[in-house]
Ligand binder design. Structure first.
Ligand code: UFG
Length: 325
């Protein structure tokens, strides 16, 4: 196996995949423009600063080295921002992916693993969400991820691209060694914000919506450890190489936790008082998102190891504490 190109490998999930692949003996090349990624997270393999919007950056990158497969993590990923700035999302996520796919074609690279999202499903009509659930996203972010799936599938049919779509539910936690973890500017995700409140760098955590039709009125999500997501990429690569088949897989633990349950677990794990304040619903939040990952288990052999919410929050807290100034 030659190099694995990790596009967006300086981001939260991409950096964990980079670490795992490197530990497994793959040669990795991270391609990242560092607009939201962090150089300090790209600690393994080679680092190439480049931008998907510049075809020349991509051509140079593919020309200089033999690439066996691409993992595509790079995307803008704030649901709220995608509503107010759709142009940014369609241009960066969709148009720039075309540049990547065209560069792959030019270089004769035939394998891609694409970071898709639970956001492609919209408001689910059935829980847990399997791969046969209709995909009807309710915000521009989700639509860009679905469009990218469709574009890759069309390229596959026409140009013979083998592909795996990995649809993450709520990525959370941090590498157990504490070397890498979540860094977002601004941070909008529930667990890091709760941990800010635990650390005292934020006065409280706002609970967005307390009148949902759920067990305690707050939204339910399927939190999946980022290192388990990384493992799914290694398995997907193996699947592409060995079977030559393509497919989409939902990745979650199959268990839902409400916002209030996550806060309670964080109080227990950190031993800190965390003030929670009821706030209005955040537009575009489905009440419940829980994955069925039976297909990933059966076909890829994916078995999440860090599925326990305590463990997920413990690893996130260890990373968080190291970074408190
Ligand atoms: N929440 C709060 N208070 C906060 C932040 C979040 O109550 O300060 C709630 C949200 O309303 C939601 C839950 O916590 O119910 C989780 O919110 P996150 O922002 O952590 O995650 P999302 O479920 O909105 O988004 C994640 C990914 C997206 C992806 C989406 C797919 O971050 O990229 O899952 O459903 F699109």
């Amino acid at each position: 196996m030659n190099n694995i190109l990790i596009v967006g490998g300086a981001g939260y999930i991409g950096s964990h995949a980079n670490k795992l692949l490197s530990k497994k003996g793959f040669k990795t090349v991270v391609f990242d423009n560092l607009s939201t990624g962090n150089r300090e997270l790209s600690r393994w393999g080679e680092f190439v600063k480049g931008d998907l919007k510049n075809p020349a950056d991509l051509l140079r990158c593919f020309k200089k080295r033999r690439i066996s497969a691409v993992m595509h993590f790079a995307a803008c990923a704030y649901v709220g921002e995608s509503v107010t700035e759709p142009a940014k999302y369609y241009r960066n996520n969709v148009a720039n992916t075309l540049n990547l796919l065209d560069a792959m074609r030019a270089a004769g690279v035939k394998k891609i693993i694409f970071s898709s999202s639970a956001a492609t499903f919209g408001v689910p009509s059935e829980i847990p969400i399997t791969e046969t659930h209709p995909q009807s996203p309710i915000n521009p972010y989700g639509r860009t991820k679905l469009m990218m799936e469709q574009i890759i599938a069309d390229y596959a049919a026409a140009y013979g691209l083998e592909h795996v779509f990995l649809r993450y539910f709520n990525a959370a936690g941090a590498d157990t060694s504490g070397e890498i973890g979540e860094i977002h500017h601004p941070e909008t995700h529930l667990i890091p914000l709760i941990l800010d409140a635990a650390a005292g760098t934020r006065k409280d955590i706002k609970v967005f919506g307390t009148d949902y039709p759920t067990k305690d009125g707050t939204c339910v999500r399927d939190y999946v450890h980022v290192s388990d997501l990384a493992e799914a990429h290694a398995l997907a690569l193996d699947y592409l190489v060995k079977s030559g088949k393509s497919g989409g897989f939902n990745l979650g633990n199959g268990r839902g936790f409400s916002v209030r349950e996550v806060i309670e677990t964080a109080r227990k794990v950190t031993g800190k008082a965390i003030k929670a304040t009821a706030a209005p619903r955040r537009p575009g939040d489905p009440p419940v998102l829980i994955a069925s990952s039976a297909r990933a288990g059966k076909i890829l052999g994916w078995r999440p190891a860090l599925f326990d919410l305590d463990t997920i929050i413990k690893t996130a807290w260890a990373w968080h504490e190291r970074r408190i100034p």
